[in-house]
Design a protein around this ligand. Structure first.
Ligand SMILES: C[S@@+](CC[C@H](N)C(=O)[O-])C[C@H]1O[C@@H](n2cnc3c(N)ncnc32)[C@H](O)[C@@H]1O
Ligand SMILES: *[C@@H]1O[C@H](CO)[C@@H](O)[C@H](O)[C@H]1NC(C)=O
Ligand SMILES: *[C@@H]1O[C@H](CO)[C@@H](O)[C@H](O)[C@H]1NC(C)=O
Ligand SMILES: CC(=O)N[C@H]1CO[C@H](CO)[C@@H](O)[C@@H]1O
Length: 429
């Protein structure tokens, strides 16, 4: 066991001296390895690895069944539910194409034979069914990685899924599909255009923040999805980045992508589950590979849980909080804003880019001008923003609007996008 781990660490050391996947190592072994190999690695940030070890401990504790009431909102229950969802990826999708086959049979035989001879519709259905099997391998790899990462046994998952299925609880196909589509947005070359629309405003604002290697700026990215922005911020250097995500589907996808060690080593077909808006069937069936860039899981700390509660003990800890397509997910927007304000140190900054697409039964739905008024009342002072981030949206404010797509099929015939709002606000000293 130790031998395997040492080999593993050595390989990584050769590949990239900065990569230390401590999260997989128990502390004692980690210590031993640190002593053996630390002498010649360029980057051994022990504070950073302690941060990861501490958080891993917190996560394991939070996931214990005995921690709190065992119901569908228990973190372990939510994790098992998401794992069940990925496990049933193929079944749920093939049930859908089965329906499409049945609907196709509604067409009179004569017409069907025209369709068959001209466009081979049955073959298209068969091909897509086959491609769902490719995607299922990715879904299962996400499950395997998740079981290992969270220390959950296959037996426990099997028992959980059996009980769910006995009681007729269907898995959440949409959440599984959305999490997997984020591989495109965050970690594929195909997602680059979309990232180029959204990330530069945020990264440029951060690049300007003065910082020193021995005193990194603490950045928090709540609602981070599967983490590309958080990793790109870390890539700027001089930032200690924490990302946070509530969804167990997203967290499973993130844990998977951040453990991958071969660039573009995974291929899947993200568009086969929605047949609208395709110029060609080749487009619909096209493969996308990821990750376009490896994510060093140790360069960003991922804290799982609800942003409004999981950082209860971190008042004043962060220099910068970055919200990307996040604030409109709030049920209680006031709590989000107050929480951002509380977590920032005096003099700290809040950087936001995103739309105002309220969902999930929000307690209040504010327009942009109202968000400004409320944020100022809470104690934020809005700052100037770069003209490259769009036109001023509401006269008299410094907030700019910019067209930004989200999880869009770049070759699709539908071009949905948002007028995402960019701002920078300071919590005065
Ligand atoms: C629209 S997505 C944006 C994800 C990512 N920032 C991006 O741009 O790709 C919003 C994310 O916020 C997460 N989220 C919603 N409420 C949350 C909460 N209370 N705490 C943490 N994350 C939350 C959702 O699960 C979802 O992944
Ligand atoms: C993993 O889970 C098993 C059984 O629940 C437990 O006995 C073991 O201590 C856990 N291992 C770690 C590293 O947390
Ligand atoms: C960076 O800082 C300089 C000097 O303070 C300022 O002029 C410039 O507008 C800033 N750029 C951004 C992107 O905030
Ligand atoms: C302690 C030790 O082995 N240091 C070596 C680390 O690697 C550099 C460059 O490859 C060598 O110059 C050091 O001697």
């Amino acid at each position: 066991m130790l031998h395997r781990l040492l080999l593993f660490v050595l390989c990584l050391a050769y590949a990239n001296a900065a990569i230390w996947r401590f999260s997989e190592l128990v502390p004692q072994i980690r210590q031993a390895i640190t002593q053996i190999f630390v002498t010649n690695l360029t980057v051994i940030d022990s504070a950073e690895s302690n941060r990861h070890a501490d958080e891993h401990g917190r996560l394991q504790h939070q996931l214990q069944r005995s921690n709190g009431k065992w119901d569908s909102s228990h973190p372990r229950h939510r994790l098992l539910t998401a794992l069940h969802g990925f496990c049933r990826y193929k079944e749920r999708n093939l049930a859908e194409t089965k329906k499409w086959r049945d609907w196709y049979k509604q067409i009179p035989k004569r017409q069907r034979s025209i369709v068959e001879s001209s466009v081979h519709y049955t073959r298209k259905l068969n091909t897509v069914d086959h491609l769902f099997e490719t995607n299922e391998r990715v879904a299962h790899a996400i499950v395997d990685n998740g079981l290992r990462f969270y220390n959950i046994s296959q037996t426990e998952l099997d028992e959980f899924t059996q009980e769910n299925e006995r009681e007729g609880r269907a898995t959440d196909k949409t959440s599984v599909s959305q999490a997997m589509k984020h591989f495109v947005r965050d970690w594929s070359a195909e997602g680059l255009d979309e990232r180029q629309e959204a990330f530069p405003c945020v990264l440029n604002a951060l690049a300007n923040v003065s910082r020193a290697a021995h005193h990194p700026m603490r950045v928090l990215v709540p609602g981070a999805g599967i983490g590309r922005l958080a990793h790109d911020i870390s890539g700027l250097g001089g930032f200690e980045v924490t990302m946070n995500e509530w969804s167990a589907y997203m967290n499973l996808a993130y844990r998977y992508v951040s453990e991958l060690s071969v660039p573009d080593g995974v291929v899947f077909h993200p568009y086969i589950d929605w047949w609208s808006h395709h110029a060609t069937t080749t487009d619909l069936q096209r493969p996308v590979s990821f990750p376009d860039q490896l994510a060093d899981p140790l360069s960003v700390l991922s804290v799982e849980g609800d942003f409004t509660t999981v950082f209860a003990a971190e008042t004043g800890k962060y220099d910068v909080i970055v919200t990307l397509f996040f604030i409109d997910t709030a049920r209680n927007l006031v709590s989000y804003l107050e929480n951002i304000h509380r977590l920032l140190r005096p003099g700290g900054r809040w950087i936001n880019l995103g739309p105002l697409l309220y969902g999930s039964a929000p307690f209040l739905q504010l327009s942009l001008d109202e968000i400004v008024a409320l944020s100022e009342r809470i104690g934020f002072k809005f700052e100037e923003t770069e003209a490259t981030c769009g036109e001023i949206t509401v006269t008299g404010t410094t907030i700019r609007g910019k067209e930004v797509a989200y999880a869009r099929n770049g070759r699709g015939l539908s071009k949905n996008a948002y007028e995402a709002q960019f701002w920078q606000a300071k919590k005065p000293e």
